[in-house]
Design a protein. Structure first.
Length: 344
C-alpha cells in the first residue's frame, strides 16, 4: 500500500509538472514570437546580402570632380556622331573590383618589362602576328610577358600573362614556381618566381582610371564607401593605334600602375635617337603609359593640350591626355595601389 501510494504521488506530481509546463508554453505571446521570427529573418537576409556578389546595380557612382579642366559631359558630340562615357560598363567593372577585394588575399603583379626577367618560354600553341612577334592562342605577345603553366606542368606554358596583370598569391613567392589565381586573367596557374612581384595583403584598389578605346576618353573613379564611387575626372584621351611595325593598340584589361616618370623620353621610330618626352607618365603595362602631350624636343616646355585628344587612336600604345590631367593621375594614382582598366 505504501508503494502504491508513493507511485500515485509521483504520477500526480509528474502530471502537475507537465500541466505547468504546458501552461508556461501557452503563455508565450504569439505577437512577440512573430516579432522575434521577423527579426531573425531580417538578420539572415542581411547576412545573405553581405555574401551576395555585387552587381552593377549595387554600384553608386556620383559625379564629384576634383579635376575640372577639359571636362566632357556624359554624352557629347563628335564630328557627325555622338560619343559617351560607358557608365554601365564602368559600373560592371567596379562591381568586379568590389567582389575580388571582399575576401582577404595577398596580391601580386606579373612583371617582365623589356624582358628584364628573361624572355618567356614558348607556349604550346603559338603563332607570329602582324608585328612578327610570337603570340599565344589568345593574342598575347611573348615579348614582355610572363609564362603561365598549368598547375603541375613544367614542360611548356599554356599562355602568356601581360606585364602589369594582377593576381592573388596562393603560395609563397619564394618558391621556384609560384601558384597564382588570376584577377586580370582567368584561372589558376603557376609561373617562375622571377616574373612575380608580391605587393602584400593590405593593399586596396580604391583609385581606378578607366580608358575607353572606342570613345577615346578617360574617367577616374575613387572609392568612397561600400559600393560607393566618386567620379574625379572625365576627359578626352588618345589611345594606341594598331599600325605595325611600331605602333600597338592599347591592350584591353585590368592592370596595376607600376611605375612613374616625370618625363618619359621616347625614341624616334626605328632609331636609338631620343625624339622628345611625354610629361607625367604612369606606366601600367609593357610600354603603355598614361601621359601628357608629347614634345618634339627634349628641351621643349610642357604642352598642355592637343587637337588630337579625343579623336582617333594614334599613339604607340600609350594613353595621351592633357598634360595637367596626366599630372592629376600621376599624383592621384599611387604605384601598386591603383588600377588602369581599359574597355572598348
Amino acid at each position: 500500500m505504501r508503494v502504491y501510494f508513493t507511485l500515485s504521488l509521483l504520477i500526480i506530481g509528474a502530471a502537475t509538472w507537465s500541466c505547468n509546463q504546458n501552461q508556461q508554453t501557452e503563455t508565450v505571446d504569439p505577437a512577440e514570437q512573430r516579432k522575434a521570427d521577423s527579426l531573425e529573418m531580417v538578420r539572415k537576409a542581411e547576412e545573405d546580402a553581405k555574401k551576395r556578389p555585387r552587381t552593377a546595380d549595387d554600384i553608386k557612382l556620383s559625379k564629384e570632380l576634383t579635376y575640372d579642366k577639359h571636362t566632357l559631359e556624359e554624352t557629347y558630340p563628335y564630328n557627325d556622331t555622338t560619343r559617351h562615357f560607358q557608365l554601365d560598363k564602368i559600373k560592371e567593372k567596379l562591381a568586379f573590383v568590389e567582389n575580388f577585394q571582399r575576401t582577404p588575399a595577398s596580391y601580386a603583379v606579373l612583371q617582365n618589362r623589356k624582358n628584364k626577367n628573361r624572355e618567356a618560354p614558348l607556349v604550346k600553341n603559338y603563332h607570329r602576328n602582324e608585328y612578327k612577334l610570337i603570340s599565344d592562342s589568345l593574342g598575347t605577345e611573348r615579348y614582355q610577358a610572363a609564362p603561365l603553366y598549368v598547375v603541375g606542368e613544367t614542360e611548356a606554358p599554356t599562355m602568356y600573362g601581360r606585364d602589369g596583370a594582377l593576381a592573388k598569391l596562393l603560395t609563397s613567392d619564394t618558391l621556384d614556381m609560384v601558384k597564382l589565381e588570376g584577377v586580370s586573367f582567368e584561372g589558376t596557374w603557376e609561373t617562375p618566381k622571377r616574373y612575380v612581384k608580391a605587393i602584400g595583403d593590405t593593399v586596396t584598389f580604391h583609385h581606378i582610371a578607366f580608358v575607353d578605346v572606342n570613345n577615346q576618353n578617360i574617367l577616374t573613379a575613387e572609392r568612397t564607401g561600400d559600393c560607393e564611387w566618386a567620379i574625379r575626372s572625365m576627359n578626352p584621351a588618345t589611345s594606341g593605334v594598331h599600325k605595325p611595325p611600331y605602333a600597338h593598340e592599347t591592350p584591353l584589361g585590368i592592370f596595376v600602375v607600376q611605375e612613374k616618370k616625370a618625363k618619359m623620353f621616347y625614341l624616334k621610330d626605328g632609331t636609338n635617337t631620343i625624339h622628345g618626352y611625354a610629361p607625367y607618365a604612369s606606366r601600367f603595362t609593357n610600354g603603355a603609359y598614361i601621359h601628357g602631350i608629347p614634345t618634339q624636343s627634349v628641351n621643349a616646355s610642357i604642352i598642355e593640350h592637343s587637337w588630337s585628344l579625343g579623336t582617333t587612336p594614334r599613339s604607340h600604345m600609350c594613353v595621351r591626355n592633357a598634360s595637367s590631367h596626366a599630372k592629376f593621375v600621376y599624383d592621384w594614382a599611387k604605384t601598386f595601389n591603383a588600377l588602369v582598366i581599359v574597355i572598348e
